[in-house]
Design a protein around this ligand. Sequence first.
Ligand code: LLP
Length: 422
Amino acid sequence: MDHFLYRDGALFAEDVSVSEIAAAVGTPFYCYSTATLERHFRLFDEALEPMPHLVCFAMKSNSNQAILKTLAALGAGMDVVSGGEYARAKAAGVPGDRIVFSGVGKTIEEMRVALEGGIRQFNVESEPEMEALNAIAVSMGGRAPIALRINPDVDARTHAKIATGKSENKFGIPIARAREVYARAAALPGLDVIGIDLHIGSQLTELEPFEQAYRKVADLTETLRADGHEIRRLDLGGGLGIPYTRSNDAPPLPSEYGEMIKRTVGHLGCEVEIEPGRLISGNAGIMVSAVIYVKHGEGRDFLILDGAMNDLIRPSMYDAHHDIVPVREPAAGAEQAPYDIVGPVCETGDTFARQRNMPELGAGDLVAFRSAGAYGAVMASEYNTRPLIPEVLVQGDQFAVIRPRPSFDEMIARDNIPEWLL
Ligand code: LLP
């Protein structure tokens, strides 16, 4: 459920008319709903009750400071994957003991900064990383809390580019080698081994792959405890999918996911962490764009929008489907016709949808891409020297620009001219 609904024939974000925002900030732009963000966070938080737990928002899905502050105020932790994300989490006021550091390629410098600034745990993905973290922690005279990310070799049954839990993927330590690597970790003076971590993929639409993986983690917990390790925390990753269309089968609910977690690992008495990104931010955002032209081609018609692949890359990168709806509600039973919906970028890949049925639209009309709050703004680029589009946050009847559109001058001023060209 989200808070982008039609009211009296016009699309609203909570209590604000989307076309009113468009008039104020120009198109294209991202627009987020506070109520949806909060609702989704709470669904997860409640789903894990009464287990001791922390929901760490995977901020790679949306790392705007205002979004992080909104979630942090509810008690969210953050899952970060770079020094930049760590800095963003800290800047939003998230305490170090609510920040989990994931990722296969943490640099020594990133580890140092996180150790200095405070960290809940590092999710360590390889033996060389483990040795490096130990060395830096020892050199700083401290100990780094770690969970080892285990690769359970489970098929997440999602898009190949976002599946992470098979043995051929670059992620984690093969489960078959876990005991050996835990033994080594326990022997290292700069590490404090506290738990197990895994993440098998993103946009999972069934519980079964999670369940398979979590059962393996439960068995591994008992084995490692028998080996003498104190496993007190399980980080079960993110990945629960969202409905991108209104028509297809809805993925399982956070409550069902929570029940499954209790069923599979609840008996172990561990503190549970999860790292959802998309389910918290995805349906909390839309991208609003205007029609520039309606072009009648040979055998097909095109809606040419002012938004493009550089603003929302998911359709061209993952063949992802986003529902695209007119901001002015079409009359009931209004005729629809198929369009290819495209942006202005000079690539055929700059196509959002092919042969999508849409009501009649004309130049200047607004459309909204649904489910664009996750992996939208954060994956945007300035390709074709198109400015990063603004982000707007709505709360009730108020809205604020939480990232402005840069001017062309600002964009150009970031380039430096070397001396020999002056
Ligand atoms: N934890 C780890 C270690 C991850 O790698 C990810 C996502 C998450 C949590 C959050 O997963 P989520 O709950 O959002 O599914 N750009 C792609 C998605 C990439 C996901 C990468 N890792 C897309 O637009 O679909």
